[in-house]
Design a protein around this ligand. Structure first.
Ligand SMILES: C[S@@+](CC[C@H](N)C(=O)[O-])C[C@H]1O[C@@H](n2cnc3c(N)ncnc32)[C@H](O)[C@@H]1O
Length: 234
């Protein structure tokens, strides 16, 4: 199976050919005593913060009336968007159990008055009638058929002139995937049955759901905003 170059022996050979950051300490995480997860968690938090910070600096959300963050967890990314763009309102959507953790985070960020919290299921009814739907690092958890279903449900509930923003690692045609993207691809394969994808794969999946890519905006570490709108004939 070919997954973003992971079967390339140049890339998968154990030992000396691996980049130092992998060979000598996973992705820059300092070596720690076995069982010490704290340094690893702190590393992930720092990486995530810089990616989220990179996103609000790179993509201009100012023209959005309301951003619906589907699979938005506790709302860390949405809070960051609402803080940076004071005219924008938000709807945070995730599993009911997950959004229980959101009010405290949104209140601490000072954006709770501009954000509605909705508990629900990606495979059920999404909040209808808004202009901007965002899914950050959600789609890579799902296989192609599930993905088309999710994208299609999103397209059906958005305003006709609305847009869908996917934030995902994208392997751009003609470019080599970076090591983080390949490792994430492997993690998705093992952990969720999902995968990282190329721009052409995203284009094809979005087209099946009646959406077309309008822009591909690089953020950080292979992460991109894939901006799409409903295709004219839908
Ligand atoms: C990888 S996390 C991404 C979180 C956040 N968007 C980010 O970029 O950090 C995937 C999110 O999808 C949510 N999720 C998974 N299955 C879901 C479902 N069936 N319905 C709603 N949300 C779901 C999880 O609870 C989780 O918050």
């Amino acid at each position: 199976m070919e997954r973003l170059g992971l079967t390339d022996p140049q890339r998968t050979d154990r030992g000396t050919r691996l980049p130092p950051r992998i060979r000598d300490g996973c992705l820059g995480v300092p070596r720690t005593a076995p069982g010490d997860r704290r340094a690893i968690q702190q590393h992930h938090d720092r990486a995530e913060c810089s990616e989220l910070g990179g996103l609000v600096r790179t993509y201009d959300f100012a023209s959005a009336a309301t951003v619906v963050d589907v699979g938005g967890g506790h709302g860390r990314l949405l809070a960051s968007i609402l803080k940076t763009f004071p005219s924008v309102r938000g709807v945070l959507f995730d599993l009911p159990k997950v959004v229980e953790g959101a009010p405290a985070l949104l209140a601490a960020a000072g954006v709770a008055d501009r954000c509605e919290i909705v508990g629900g299921d990606l495979f059920g009814q999404l909040p209808p009638g808004f202009d901007t739907y965002l899914m950050s690092r959600v789609i890579h958890d799902w296989d192609d058929e599930q993905t088309v279903g999710i994208l299609d449900r999103c397209r059906r509930v958005m305003k006709p002139e609305g847009r869908l923003l996917l934030v995902e690692r994208v392997v751009v045609t003609g470019q080599q995937p970076d090591m983080q993207t390949m490792l994430s691809d492997l993690t998705m394969l093992v952990g969720t049955g999902g995968r990282e994808r190329t721009d052409e794969e995203f284009r094809a999946l979005l087209a099946r759901a009646g959406l077309e890519i309008t822009r591909l905006v690089p953020v950080l570490h292979g992460l991109h905003v894939i901006e799409s709108v409903p295709t004219a004939e839908v």
